[in-house]
Design a protein around this ligand. Structure first.
Ligand code: NDP
Length: 262
């Protein structure tokens, strides 16, 4: 399907791994110019080298930064403006979940989690908004089903994610009609954070297939498996594209049927 990304400019935060990287690849394959950031410069450079084997290096821009550093994010937006002069899509994907119950979440943990979840949206949106307005572009936030379906063992990340959805709804009104704002609500996607949890599994004799199979069964995922990052990327690309031109303030759940709310 042609999403209309040929020659368009897309920015993805947290593009060096997992869902962000799958989105970078998807958009490059669709002909977009893609800028992406992450903190670890070495991994960013490695990923860029691999991507440049299949795609023109002129269509790739990378910058090492934390989305929690507003000046660095501002400089990233300047670099995109200097290189390509526009931004049609911002995908706010950088981040990770926090596993903790109320009993073992300190005040510092709560603050850190709220800072990560909210400011990983606020800083890039503020920095790229002038370009997005000029292009009549769109924003896609990568969020979790936990926003609507909280889990006690992920109490603070669930709560912060609900706050993000609330903020995005307000933004979809404030930024209309120039800029569309949507989100994907992910269930369990087989990427970075699950790879790390698999590596730290209690029973090291369990194979990858067994561990992921048991996880899907334990969570009761109707489609019987975790999602692939490419499946999350396809949903992100759809919401950001002209195919979704009459959709704003919406969330698309990508959870293999795990969502229980109506
Ligand atoms: P990965 O760990 O594979 O990738 C995360 C990416 O974000 C990396 O490129 C990482 O690079 C970057 N990143 C993390 N923190 C920052 C930061 N402060 N500033 C800039 N870049 C950052 O994770 P996933 O692909 O699994 O997750 C992507 C998003 O989806 C996350 O926001 C996650 O919370 C969310 N999500 C994932 C789910 C899943 O099941 N996988 C479920 C629900 C939500 P570096 O470390 O070098 O900065």
């Amino acid at each position: 399907m042609d999403y209309g990304y040929q020659g368009k400019v897309a920015v993805i935060t947290g593009g060096s791994s997992g869902i962000g990287l799958a989105t970078v690849r998807f958009l490059l394959e669709q002909g977009a110019k893609v800028a992406f950031c992450a903190r670890n410069e070495g991994r960013l450079d490695d990923v860029r080298r691999v991507l440049a084997r299949d795609h023109d290096d002129d269509r790739i821009l990378t910058q090492a930064l934390s989305v929690l550093d507003p000046e660095a994010v501002g400089a990233f937006a300047d670099a995109v403006r200097d290189r390509w002069g526009s931004c049609d899509l911002l995908v706010n994907n950088a981040g990770q979940g926090r596993v903790s119950t109320f009993a073992d979440t300190t005040d510092a943990d709560w603050r850190e989690e709220y800072e990560l979840k909210l400011f990983s949206q606020i800083h890039p949106i503020r920095a790229f908004l002038p370009l997005l307005r000029e292009s009549h572009g769109s924003i896609v936030a990568v969020n979790s089903l936990l926003a609507y379906q909280p889990e006690p063992h992920m109490v603070c990340t669930s709560s912060a994610r609900a706050g993000v959805q609330n903020m995005l709804k307000s933004l979809s009104l404030e930024l209309a009609p120039e800029v569309r704002v949507n989100s994907v609500l992910l269930g369990l996607i087989e990427s970075g954070q699950w790879t790390r949890r698999f590596a730290e599994r209690e029973d090291q004799s369990q194979s990858r297939a067994e561990w992921y199979g048991n996880l899907a069964a334990k969570k009761g995922i109707p489609l019987g498996r975790l999602g692939d990052p490419t499946e999350a990327a396809a949903a992100i690309a759809f919401l950001g594209s002209r195919a979704a031109s009459y959709i704003t303030g919406a969330q698309l759940d990508v959870s293999g049927g795990l969502a229980r709310h109506i």
